[in-house]
Design a protein around this ligand. Structure first.
Ligand code: ZN
Length: 244
């Protein structure tokens, strides 16, 4: 089985379409999304449509929740808040209903999916260290779990040879045979923040026994124009080019 995993798309249609094109070439059996399909970018409805058409398994991100008034935006920065307001103005009732039905976590045959953490997904905490990861690793019902939220690809691992220790790695290929537990942040399709502006996504090949984090260039200028034409804050266009 080959899973394609999309992290934080954030309404960036050019990035999503390029990633889906790569996944089609690869031959994906199932499409997963760790949430934050919308918010920040100027094509939220088009991104939702792509996931619906491909029957993707999607969890509810904090920006998705904010756009249907399920989460208070007082903790959001000004740009994020402006984007939530704008996005709320373009979503239809059907879009809101679809978002409203997204679960906090998904458990499939080989892996689980959550947005921030697996152990308390409704808090939308970030996993940036082994200490942050431990409670989720403890509660994983399956050997592999995908998350997003920080927009930085990284994996937290417990190896079969010593399952008591948690490792942090930025290696783009994770051997799932060696791992007793693998908690993988797949990075962001639509707004990478690791100073690499290329879209990030992951492929989990259960037969080969690995997860690969891939990067692909897309038409950033086109997406920057779309954001400017929508009247969204200039910062949201500029940051795509910087990868922050
Ligand atoms: Zn996000």
């Amino acid at each position: 089985m080959k899973y394609g995993i999309l992290g934080d798309i954030h309404g960036n249609l050019s990035a999503l379409e390029e990633v889906l094109r790569c996944m089609d070439l690869e031959g994906i059996d199932r499409l997963l999304s760790v949430g934050d399909v919308i918010g920040y970018g100027a094509a939220p409805r088009e991104c939702i449509r792509h996931l619906q058409e491909r029957s993707a398994h999607v969890v509810l991100g904090n920006h998705d929740a904010a756009c249907i008034d399920r989460l208070d935006v007082t903790t959001f920065n000004n740009y994020a808040r402006a984007a939530v307001l704008w996005t709320k103005g373009v979503l239809t009732r059907e879009d809101r209903a679809w978002i409203g039905k997204l679960p906090m976590t998904v458990h499939l045959e080989h892996c689980s999916v959550a947005h921030g953490t697996l152990h308390k997904p409704e808090l939308y905490d970030y996993i940036q260290s082994t200490t942050d990861a431990d409670p989720s690793l403890d509660e994983m019902p399956l050997p592999v779990c995908f998350v997003g939220h920080s927009h930085v690809p990284v994996a937290l691992l417990r190896l079969r040879e010593d399952p008591t220790r948690t490792y942090y790695t930025k290696e783009p290929v994770i051997d799932t045979e060696e791992a007793y537990r693998a908690l993988v942040n797949v990075g962001s399709v639509g707004q990478p923040r690791d100073e690499d502006p290329r879209a990030a996504y992951a492929i989990f090949d259960t037969e080969a026994g690995h997860v690969r984090i891939q990067r692909v260039e897309y038409d950033i200028q086109r997406e920057m124009r779309r954001i400017r034409e929508a009247g969204l804050p200039e910062m949201l266009a500029a940051r795509l080019e910087w990868g922050v």
